[in-house]
Write a protein that binds this ligand. Structure first.
Ligand code: TYD
Ligand code: MG
Length: 457
């Protein structure tokens, strides 16, 4: 038998090259090439054929205005927070990828969702990780009505495709895509080539049969979906589970959605009866201090269509090493370095001999620069060991010149804070509302110095 030909493919972009090199020649990422076995050219090599939606209309040139634009019909899962991140529900023929750390609740949520939609749709749960007994035990523990949930414990792609073709489920879950392997490929299960090919086959099956497909994906330590990035390009919707496994709250964030808005989040609490929706999550990321403590600052962040109040904590302490520590949990590390520099230059506060730790309470992750002002004030408060004034909320982006820049949807954030009993807000001047918000005094600042000065009291 001829020796199989080896290729090197990039885990970022899926680009291939005949020999190993440090940098991918396609996307220029470093150290991303991994060895794979060259597969014979099959129809599946034409990966992009799976991307183009409705098969019948492919290859026909038509005028855009003549194409009928209809709203895609939705299948609500009955779990409103899940529907929210999906953009209203599942879509026929749509492919959803759900990523998250092990044990965060992916299988639990999907089992709950399947049981709920099985009343109106035929569903199939394919598990490569758990035995039918384990799944049945979980369903029992969750008190789910799982009569109509069909189960298949299988990891071989060809068999899964056969079963799906025979059963024709309207919704199918593959838990997880990394366990599925194709016997037609010589590379090992879980390898880049396997994951990519299996996902491509399943996606094509979903598009041609109209089955809604939900793929579960494992996440690497760095927080990216294990397997090639192309997985994210292939599917219609990418959702990530976030949250601290030690806290009971779980967030699902949409990072890509061809059928709805991204950055929408769904909030759940993990209970002994599975995941429960938290429909009014604005106050869950505040820790309850009896008295005001230093190094704590409450900010209002905007997640999709909802404002959320999150407590930012900072600890600034004498450093005993050559390199003072700069650690951030839930907030961007690079942004912290920048804020410390701005604080030095424009706030007159030098922390080069101090360790600085910052944390967003409750395992929530905040990407938006609107957190800058809250982080900065929490740092100042910890450094001076002086609590910020009580019942204050803060938001605003900080620029390198020490200016405080406005954020989106300032009014909504302020209203939410007022609703939760906050009485003062330190915000960018441009976000100051024209009309007074009941019970809320708004302090507009346009420089870092002013905010620091205000808190000094
Ligand atoms: P699971 O859905 O198996 O995680 P994943 O599929 O993402 O790996 O979640 C398992 C975790 O959830 C496990 O640590 C136990 C916990 N859990 C509960 O707290 N309550 C429950 O009702 C269930 C089913 C699980
Ligand atoms: Mg699981």
């Amino acid at each position: 038998m001829a020796k199989p030909k080896t290729l090197y493919s990039c885990t970022e972009c899926g680009g291939q090259s005949p020999k190993w090199q440090g940098q991918c020649s396609h996307c220029h990422a470093w150290n991303t090439l991994v060895e794979t076995v060259a597969e014979p050219v099959t129809a599946s090599s034409n990966r992009f054929s799976t991307l183009a939606g409705v098969a019948a209309e492919r290859g026909v040139v038509q005028s855009l205005s003549k194409v009928r634009a209809e709203d895609v019909p939705r299948k609500p899962t009955g779990i409103s927070e899940f529907d929210r991140v999906l953009g209203g529900g599942l879509v026929e023929g749509g492919v959803v990828l759900i990523g998250g750390d092990p044990g965060i609740g992916k299988s639990t949520l999907l089992l709950q969702a399947l049981a709920s939609i099985s009343n109106t749709n035929s569903v199939l749960y394919v598990s490569g990780e758990e035995s039918p007994q384990q799944i049945a035990m979980r369903a029992k523990r969750l008190s789910l009505d799982s009569h109509d949930v069909k189960l298949l414990a299988e990891i071989e792609l060809e068999k899964i495709l056969n079963v799906v073709a025979a059963e024709k489920p309207q919704v199918a879950v593959i838990d997880s895509i990394q366990t599925v392997y194709s016997a037609a490929l010589t590379s090992a299960p879980g390898s880049v080539a396997q994951v990519r090919e299996c996902a491509a086959h399943l996606t094509r099956m979903a598009k041609s049969s109209g089955t809604t497909l939900i793929l579960v994906g494992h996440v690497t330590k760095e927080g990216a979906l294990a397997g090639p990035r192309v997985l994210e390009h292939m599917v219609d919707t990418v959702l990530y589970f976030e949250g601290d496994t030690h806290s009971s709250f779980r967030l699902i964030r949409a990072v890509k959605n061809r059928f709805g808005a991204v950055n929408e989040i769904g909030v759940f609490a993990m209970t002994e009866k599975g995941l429960r929706e938290v429909t009014n999550p604005s106050a869950i990321f505040l820790s309850q201090h009896d008295t005001n403590v230093s190094g704590s600052c409450v900010m209002v962040t905007q997640e999709g269509s909802r404002p959320l109040l999150v407590e930012i904590q900072a600890l600034v302490d004498d450093s005993h090493g050559m390199n003072p520590k700069r650690l951030s949990v839930g907030l961007e590390q690079n942004r912290l370095a920048m804020l410390l520099a701005v604080l030095h230059r424009h706030g007159g506060l030098a922390v080069f001999d101090q360790d600085v730790f910052i944390n967003a309470v409750g395992g929530v992750r905040i990407d938006e620069p609107g957190a800058d002002l809250a982080v900065l004030l929490a740092i100042v408060s910890s450094f001076k060991n002086k609590p910020l004034p009580a019942k204050h909320v803060v938001f605003g982006e900080i620029g390198l010149a020490g200016e405080v820049r406005p954020v989106q949807r300032g009014q909504e954030r302020l209203r939410e804070a007022a609703k939760l009993g906050f009485t003062h807000a330190i915000v960018p001047k441009a976000n100051k509302p024209k009309h007074k918000i009941e019970g809320m005094e708004v302090i507009g600042v346009d420089r870092v110095e002013q905010a620091v000065e205000y808190c000094r009291g």
